[in-house]
Ligand binder design. Structure first.
Ligand code: PMP
Length: 288
C-alpha cells in the first residue's frame, strides 16, 4: 500500500498513515455506519449525483443525519481527487454514527465520523474482459436490508472468501431459490437474447452500474426484463455477468466449475461492454 495517499477525516486532509479513529467509534464497535464507492475516470467522478442519492438513502435507513449537502460532498470528493496522484481513482467514503460509550441504542449527541480515501482505480485487465471469470454459488444468508450500503459487511466478507477459497472471482447468491446478487456485485442473466435482472428490493444493493447497464441495454435495443430469477434459470443461462463500479461489466464463464453457455463471454456481453466503454468516454468528454 502506498503511504503517500491523502485522506480526509472529520474536516481535515492528512496522509493515510496519520488518520486515526478512536476505538469507541461505533463503526469499529458495531459496524454502525454506511459507505459509498465512487469511480473517478480522468479525475472526474462517475455518476456522483446518483452516489450521493444512494448515500442519502442509506443514511436515512439507519437514521444518521447526513453531515454534508450534496454540493459539499462534491467539493470534498473533487478536492481529494486533486490531492491524489492517479488520473483514475476510486473514492471510498464512510459515515459512522460517531464515538460514544458502548451501548447498542443510539447515543444522543454523537457526531458522525466522516472518512474519505482515494485509491488507484484499475479496471479489469483485458484478459479478464476477454475470458470472463469463474464464480461459485452460495446461499444468501445476509440480513434483510441488503439495499443499505452498510459497513457491516461480515456476511459479504464470508461469502467473498468462499470464492477466494475456490480460486473464483465472486460468489453468486441465492435466497430461497432466487437470485439476489453476488458478494460485492450485481448479477445479470442473458437467455435467448433477453437480458434479465433481479428487481431492486431489500434483498440486493441498488447498483449504480446496474442502472447504467439497463440504460445501455435499452439504448442498444436489447430486450430486458426486470423480474425475479430462479436459480434454475441462472444455471441454464446463455450468459451471466457481474456489474460493479470497480469491475464495470464482467462475464462469468464458469459457475461452480460448469461452463456458462459456451464458456466464453457472449455476444450480448460484448455489445454492452463496448457500450459501457463508449458511454464512459462520452460522459468524461461532456464533463471536461
Ligand atoms: N452489490 C453489492 C453487495 C456490492 O457491494 C456492490 C458494490 N461493490 C454492488 C452490488 C454493485 O454496486 P455499484 O454498481 O454501485 O458498485
Amino acid at each position: 500500500m502506498s503511504t503517500s495517499e491523502t485522506v480526509y477525516l472529520n474536516g481535515e486532509f492528512m496522509p493515510l498513515e496519520n488518520a486515526r479513529v478512536p476505538v469507541l467509534d461505533r463503526g469499529f464497535i458495531f459496524g454502525d455506519g454506511v459507505y459509498e464507492v465512487i469511480p473517478v475516470y480522468s479525475r472526474r467522478p462517475f455518476r456522483l449525483p446518483e452516489h450521493c442519492r444512494r448515500l442519502q438513502r442509506s443514511l436515512d435507513a439507519v437514521r444518521i443525519a447526513n453531515p454534508m449537502t450534496d454540493a459539499e460532498w462534491a467539493r470534498l470528493v473533487g478536492e481529494l481527487v486533486a490531492r491524489n496522484a492517479d488520473e483514475d481513482q476510486y473514492i471510498y467514503l464512510q459515515v459512522t454514527r460517531g464515538v460514544a460509550k458502548r451501548d447498542h441504542a443510539f447515543p444522543r449527541d454523537a457526531k458522525p465520523t466522516v472518512f474519505v480515501m482515494s485509491s488507484p482505480l484499475a479496471t479489469p485487465a483485458r484478459e479478464l474482459v476477454e475470458n470472463g471469470v469463474p464464480c461459485v454459488t452460495a446461499v444468501d444468508f445476509r440480513w434483510l436490508k441488503c439495499d443499505v450500503k452498510s459497513v457491516s459487511l461480515l456476511g459479504n466478507c464470508l461469502l467473498r472468501q468462499a470464492a477466494a477459497d475456490a480460486g473464483a472471482a465472486e460468489t453468486v447468491l441465492f435466497r430461497d431459490g432466487w437470485l439476489t446478487e453476488a458478494s460485492a456485485s450485481n448479477v445479470f442473466v442473458v437467455k435467448g437474447g433477453r437480458l434479465l435482472a433481479p428487481p431492486k428490493n431489500h434483498l440486493m444493493l441498488p447498483g449504480i452500474t446496474y442502472d447504467v447497464v439497463l440504460e445501455l441495454a435499452a439504448a442498444k435495443n436489447i430486450p430486458a426484463e426486470v423480474r425475479e430469477i430462479a436459480e434454475r434459470e441462472v444455471r441454464d443461462a446463455d450468459e451471466l455477468w457481474l456489474t460493479s463500479s470497480t469491475r464495470e461489466v464482467l462475464a462469468i464463464t464458469t459457475l461452480d466449475g460448469r461452463p456458462v453457455g459456451g464458456g466464453r463471454p457472449g455476444a450480448v456481453f460484448k455489445t454492452v461492454y463496448q457500450a459501457y466503454q463508449e458511454f464512459k468516454r462520452k460522459v468524461m468528454r461532456q464533463a471536461a
